[in-house]
Design a protein. Structure first.
Length: 262
């Protein structure tokens, strides 16, 4: 049975993300793995000493996760729901599980923040983009439409699609159970992709001043339910100084964004 890993941090965003993942699980007949990364609290005493009350903290989170599992299993009896708590970061755990082929999809939430705070502090899903093999769906907190019928797949005319990447794209589409449209956003400094379309599938060319506006406006026009991006594994230096198209779209999109590792 295939597994969908869902990041849980007990926020409203996480609750919405779980509901979204459950709808995907219903269509794909997958099980849900609710994942919570533990972080031990640090307490400052009046004497200036620092101690960690880890045991009670862990028990409290375990209780929350078990109660969540119980309620969800009761509400969705046909879906197998497991829980996992670990001190591994979500990036470490997802990377380990995806390499062992134990998860097919990761679903993470994106809390509502101001545009400034999003770009300063980032988000877990944006930080994971391009760094793990497993496809990631980032679900905006206010997005309540939990059915994926149509996906826009953004294609770069400067990049070729390998057979392995093509297989991952179509495997993810089939897993989710959606129809897909391949789209190239043609900015002013690019050639028309249709003139040299090397890919074995039709591509819709959209003219726009920039990638972000182009894909967002076309998604709204076509009533797409998600945008799929092909992410790159950039260096730490690149990530520190340059905002990739993937990160910009994830942080600004009003609909879920699916990231596929190139």
């Amino acid at each position: 049975m295939k597994t969908i890993l869902v990041g849980v941090d007990f926020t409203k965003s996480a609750e919405n993300t779980i509901n979204y993942a459950i709808e995907v699980a219903k269509k794909s007949e997958a099980k849900i793995l609710l994942f919570h990364a533990l972080t031990a609290p640090v307490v400052h005493t009046t004497s200036g000493l620092i101690f960690i009350d880890a045991e009670s903290f862990i028990k409290n989170d375990e209780k929350k996760m078990e109660e969540m599992q119980k309620q969800l299993s009761k509400k969705h009896p046909n879906i197998k729901i497991d829980i996992e708590l670990t001190y591994d970061s979500i990036r470490e755990r997802v990377s380990k599980l995806s390499k062992k082929n134990k998860i097919s999809l990761t679903v993470l939430g994106l809390e509502t923040k101001s545009k400034i705070s999003k770009f300063i502090y980032g988000t877990t899903s944006a930080d994971l983009t391009g760094k793990i093999d497993c496809p990631i769906i980032t679900v905006p907190e206010k997005y309540k439409h939990h059915d994926i019928k149509k996906i826009l797949i953004a294609i770069d005319n400067k990049e070729s699609i390998s057979s392995g990447l093509s297989k991952r794209i179509h495997s993810t589409i089939d897993f989710i159970g959606a129809k897909a449209e391949f789209v190239h956003i043609k900015t002013e400094d690019e050639l028309e992709l249709g003139e040299n379309n090397r890919h074995p599938f039709p591509i819709t060319n959209i003219k726009s001043v920039d990638f972000q506006k182009g894909i967002s406006n076309y998604a709204k026009k076509t009533k797409a339910d998600a945008i799929m991006l092909i992410s790159h594994n950039y260096s730490a230096f690149h990530n520190l100084f340059i905002d990739s198209n993937s990160k910009k779209i994830i942080l600004s999109s009003n609909i879920p964004v699916i990231s596929i590792h190139k």
